[in-house]
Ligand binder design. Structure first.
Ligand code: FES
Length: 174
């Protein structure tokens, strides 16, 4: 068996004396001075500034997109609403179900069909004279206010406009 040379012996000594983690993750301590505290603060400040700018841009973009999505949209004919008592439509986008109702007093109202409890679809219940949510038996009156069951927030109201026999959605009140 050969004895290790002096160099090999020292290398062997280092390997056995240094901890295992240092062998697995050799760190160049001499490189530490490359990231000074000042540079770190600069990096964090610039990073925060960029995040704030991105946030501001996203808020601005969503505001304009939101405005665009509230364009006027055809709901249906008043005659067919008279027959059925209620009518489903989508507003402001195809992903937003809504319901229009002709109240017993003859008033035309419309709301988002998404229940403010856990987002089930509400339906018009003539016998209760309100909008009923079958998931947890929530009930909203025809003013959109919760009157029974777990919902506590009113339904978002859709503004309608009737022109002759045609009904249009023209806005959404949060
Ligand atoms: S989701 Fe409508 S009452 Fe719960």
């Amino acid at each position: 068996m050969n004895n290790p040379t002096e160099d090999e012996g020292c290398a062997g000594c280092k390997a056995t004396t240094s901890p295992k983690w240092r062998q697995d993750f050799p760190i160049e301590w001499e490189g530490d001075h490359y990231v000074s505290r000042r540079e770190m603060v600069k990096f964090l400040t610039l990073g925060s500034l960029l995040l704030a700018l991105a946030n501001w841009a996203a808020a601005l973009a969503s505001r304009f997109l939101h405005r665009g999505s509230r364009a006027e949209r055809y709901v249906g004919s008043a005659a067919s609403l008279e027959q059925t008592g209620s009518m489903l439509f989508r507003y402001p986008t195809n992903e937003d179900p809504c319901i229009a109702v002709r109240t017993p007093a003859g008033k035309l109202v419309a709301y988002s069909q998404v229940c403010t409890h856990l987002s089930c679809a509400v339906v018009y219940d003539k016998s209760e004279n309100g909008l009923f949510c079958p998931c947890h038996h929530g009930l909203f009156n025809l003013e959109g206010q919760p009157i029974a069951g777990p919902p506590t927030r009113p339904l978002p109201r859709v503004q309608l406009q009737q022109r002759g026999d045609q009904i249009y959605a023209i806005g959404l009140e949060a």
